[in-house]
Design a binder for this molecule. Structure first.
Ligand SMILES: Cc1ncc(COP(=O)(O)O)c(C=O)c1O
Length: 485
């Protein structure tokens, strides 16, 4: 075969392969009616062909009635197809539209997917770069599982006693006296929030939360039938007067959710006076506080103020911790600390839902904590994060001074950057994705539009951070040019 014939055959085979692949997914029922297909660019990369080959394959499937295009939105598995296969297909996308848990905000879903794309510079992600995981020292703890993993049956949902004791010791070092019976291991802080919502709160309760907050907490409260009341959250304080004013009218079944230390996404830490105020308010109005303190160990300059729960002697506060931010979110391990009655209730709920947290991460973390390797890891991690924070601040000073302002955080993993009005944040987000950089726009953390962007100094390498900020500057400059033209 000549070179030309060879190329022609390759192209023919390629579009047939792509069409067969997509048709196969639809016929096997893996891709339901209404599902969005990967972009032409993604398919071209996946099959290592150019876009015109992909377009040819899609045209064939359109003619056969398997897929349909919606202008501006992309290509979808056909809902109203004339083909027998599509007519008989279960339409899971329509069926699940009104489920108890609706799907995430479109931008949040997009970010969730793009966060897995290794080719992008991750400039907003809320997790440590893989190089910051204490691989060698954690491996030592993993090896101890050979001897410590000795409990194979269903238990009572309260978790492993050794892990509970280790968390009790860990909390003592942070000024909180909690016996092991007041600790419930959970599969991450998000599950802690879910258990508290399902097990303790009532539908229709009011959840007071800072006006910008961790997205998944708000989504979960809302989908569980809670009403969210946004509390003004300014520098170093949640507005206590606002809370008093609203609670004095009606405090029936209210709860306060706060991430008080290196708050996600603003990185603010509330003052010790504000913490005392919140405890006083919660006692006065019998309003529980959910203290989500998962960034506490990431302090960089000085130890943060004592947790709210350590100031509360009347059992109103439930403290949540996790190893997702200091180790790795894939460990899926955290805890709730609260009165024994609460822990009993929530462990019973665990028995109804999933029989409790897996023992393997509990045992590995038990050894990591008790051997002193966790505290050693934190010392090294802080040093590295301090360096990265200073680098990002330096990069922002050099490149973003004309467009944005920010405060230097003294802990956590983010810088909360406020862009001037002339920067269109939605456009910035989309253009940066096109240029291989992912940021977290501030509007996903609040129901109000805003000019903020969450940048992370922990989730990419220093070199990637540098490239990302330079690309961002170029994109903003190009936009300015088009506005001026
Ligand atoms: C404030 C806050 N709470 C909870 C979570 C969820 O943590 P986990 O991975 O432990 O479920 C996150 C994750 O980003 C967070 O930022």
């Amino acid at each position: 075969m000549s070179y030309m014939q060879d190329e022609q055959k390759k192209t023919t085979d390629s579009y047939k392969n792509i069409a067969a692949f997509i048709q196969g997914k639809i016929e096997a029922g893996e891709w339901s009616a209404g599902r969005k297909l990967p972009t032409q660019r993604a398919l071209a990369e996946e099959f290592n062909v150019n876009r015109s080959t992909v377009i040819h394959a899609l045209d064939i499937l359109k003619d056969k009635g398997y897929i349909e295009s919606k202008s501006g939105s992309g290509t979808f598995v056909s809902k109203h197809s004339s083909s027998d296969i599509s007519r008989n297909m279960m339409n899971w996308n329509d069926y699940s539209k009104y489920s108890v848990y609706p799907t995430n905000h479109q931008t949040v879903r997009k970010i969730n997917n793009l966060e897995l794309d290794q080719s992008l510079i991750q400039l907003g992600k809320g997790e440590l770069h893989t190089s910051l995981f204490p691989r060698d020292s954690f491996n030592k703890s993993l090896r101890t599982l050979e001897n410590t993993f000795d409990n194979y049956g269903y238990n009572d949902g309260t978790g492993d006693d050794r892990f509970r004791q280790a968390i009790s010791n860990y909390l003592k070092k942070r000024g909180i006296s909690s016996s092991p019976q007041t600790i419930l291991p959970v599969s991450g802080a998000l599950q802690a929030l879910q258990l508290i919502t399902l097990g303790l709160l009532q539908r229709g309760s009011t959840v007071y939360a800072p006006h910008v907050s961790y997205i998944h907490s708000l989504h979960m409260f809302r989908t569980s039938g809670m009403r969210i009341k946004s509390v003004p959250f300014t520098s170093k304080a949640l507005d206590a007067d606002y809370l008093r004013e609203h609670l004095s009218g009606n405090h029936h079944s209210s709860v306060l959710y706060i991430n008080p230390t290196f708050h996600n996404p603003t990185t603010q830490t509330i003052s010790s006076n504000n913490r005392k105020d919140l405890v006083e308010i919660s006692n006065q109005y019998k309003m529980p506080i959910i203290e989500d303190d998962i960034f506490r160990d990431l302090w960089l300059d000085q130890e943060p103020h004592a947790p709210i729960s350590s100031l509360d002697n009347s059992g109103h506060t439930l403290l949540i911790g996790s190893f997702s931010k200091t180790m790795a979110p894939t460990l899926r391990i955290g805890w709730i600390s609260g009165p024994v009655d609460v822990i009993d209730k929530l462990s019973d709920l665990r028995m109804q839902l999933d029989y409790g947290t897996s023992y393997l991460p509990q045992l590995a973390l038990y050894d990591f904590l008790e051997s002193g390797r966790y505290e050693q890891h934190l010392l090294e991690l802080r040093e590295e994060l301090r360096y990265r924070r200073d680098m990002l601040v330096h990069l922002l000073e050099e490149n973003m001074d004309d467009y944005a302002t920010w405060e230097v955080p003294n802990g956590g993993m983010f810088i909360w950057v406020l862009f001037s009005e002339e920067v269109n944040i939605r456009r910035l987000f989309t253009s940066l994705v096109g240029q291989g950089v992912l940021i977290n726009p501030g509007f996903i953390y609040s129901s109000y539009p805003n000019q903020y962007v969450r940048l992370s100094f922990a989730s990419s390498s220093v070199e990637e951070m540098r490239r990302g900020i330079l690309i961002m500057r170029k994109v903003i400059e190009q936009h300015q040019m088009t506005v001026l033209e």
